[in-house]
Design a protein around this ligand. Structure first.
Ligand SMILES: [Zn+2]
Length: 180
């Protein structure tokens, strides 16, 4: 007795059988704080607000009746603008189809095509898939939209031009010095 959509507030306790999900056409969904995903957390602006990402995995098949997971991500994450070095909320709105491979050899064969392939011989962790896709969706050089950059901070305008503007980690350095 399972509902077709298992919505959870936090982490799903279990890995799931992706091939089974595709065969049954069921889905999984949840919400994750991107800051809890270690490889993504490295790319986020620290202490710059919420990083909640709603995710959904829908099982199905493609035109060739191959098992496909459709992964949807929606939310926003705080990134550091590479132009003005201020944090901003970058929206995430991503839908990706992941073709499932049932064996290593199938994985090698499918990988030659221009599709994303996931080896599904073992049960998968939904948050690993979410983390992988989120990493791919983050811009290599994040920036505010044109005209949205913050002018050199009004609060510390005096020092801004000389020193701290050069590095987004200027304050971090100060912090480290004082705790040493
Ligand atoms: Zn900017």
């Amino acid at each position: 007795m399972q509902s077709s959509t298992q919505s959870t507030a936090g982490r799903l306790p279990n890995r799931f059988d992706a091939l089974k999900l595709c065969a049954s056409g069921e889905s999984l969904a949840g919400v994750v704080d991107a800051a809890d995903l270690p490889r993504v957390a490295d790319r986020l602006a620290s202490d710059a607000g919420a990083a909640r990402i709603a995710w959904r995995l829908v099982g199905g098949s493609d035109g060739q009746r191959r098992p496909v997971l459709t992964l949807t991500l929606a939310g926003s994450v705080p990134l550091v603008c590479q132009r003005c070095l201020q944090p901003f909320a970058a929206s995430v709105d991503q839908t990706t189809e992941l073709l499932l491979a049932r064996s290593e050899s199938e994985l090698a064969r499918l990988d030659a095509d221009e599709v994303e392939v996931v080896l599904a011989t073992e049960r998968l962790d939904p948050l690993t898939l979410v983390e992988d896709e989120l990493l791919l969706s983050l811009p290599f050089s994040p920036r505010h939209a044109d005209g949205q950059c913050q002018p050199a901070s009004s609060a510390v305008a005096g020092q801004e031009s000389s020193q701290s503007r050069a590095s987004p980690f200027g304050q971090l350095g100060e912090l480290k010095k004082t705790t040493r």
